[in-house]
Write a protein that binds this ligand. Sequence first.
Ligand code: PMP
Length: 397
Amino acid sequence: MAKPRDHDFEFLTPQSELMYLDSAATCQVPTPVLEAYSHYYRHQHANVHRASHRLGRAATAALENARNVFAEYVGADAENIALISSTTAALNGLAEQLPIDWQPGDEVLLSYAEHHANILPWQRLAKRYNLHLQFISIDQHSGKLGDWRTLLNARTKVVSITAASNVTGAVFDIQPLLAAAKAQGAITVVDAAQAAAHVPINVNELHCDALVFSMHKVYGVTGCAPLYLHPELWPRMQPFLVGGGIVQEVSPRRAQWVPSIHKFEAGSPNTAAAVAGATAIDWLTKQQPHQHLAQLRAQFVEQLSQRPWLTLLPAGEHTTPTVAFYSLEWQAFDIAIWLDQHDIAVRAGHHCAQLLLQQWQLPAVVRVSFGAYNSAADISRFFSTLDAGWDIFSALE
Ligand code: PMP
């Protein structure tokens, strides 16, 4: 497919030399999404749900429309989608509020590929209740999810797993794990932050009880993360935050929560971010950049494999358009700085996934992640810039 028109992205002006290869961290925002955001604040802005005036009703309708769009995107009913501020906030809320009577020795099953946002909330819980965290290894040769069967048992109360690695781009085959976990009676949580922009998601097919993603990684803006909660789960949960908008009745010592998903949305919601997110989903659905992005990744990997001084991190056949590599001779941060000096934005480090790098005993790595605004010409320029740096650097050695 042809590259989407440049004028959907204001940062791609003819004067700008910037090549943005950091979409796994956050996507650049298409102009129609920025316009929807601005339109909301110019014409529809009011606080939602509690207003008896026309503008409040318009804002409420906009928020609820966005909820419908997110629900449809993941094959859920809107009644089961809570709008949270970020994936991080949702995972923290889930760890604290899943309806489990924790006993010492209970287990939570994660993988070594988790982002810190899906490790630290469980670590904090584990310390409090004396739980065991178990980790599924990631195969160093294939980049795929390792064997989990020996790690799943009657003590496993939660399986919380990422659908795709934010470092290598591997899309993991999590459905069999989630189905087995459900059969054991565990609660299943999916971190879809990296997958949501690239992989079709259906919460029913996945066998998940909870699934969350951040709209700023799906061409939306920060401040909106749709959280799916299974209809048999959320009525048994306590709110993540307590405050306005979530109570049916308050007495001096008690409160009764509203019997709806709104009980996870205390306080004034980020309606503008939700509106922008809904427009982003619409934009992405029309653009369908997936094949274009897969081709870019394949071309990148092919170019990388021709340079013996670079090593690719394995990711298997099924990937997002994210790729990571390192050089034993040229440090990742130095590579990133060299590229930045030539207007190429990549990321270097552990990418908030220190466990994966530790498991594979790797130094910091460079991550390149493509978005709908990238092109084959970017890859040529990337490697000619990198080669020029390597020529200088290796001559110094
Ligand atoms: N999980 C994964 C896999 C991620 O890549 C990220 C973002 N880097 C997060 C969670 C956290 O998302 P947010 O910063 O939007 O809370």
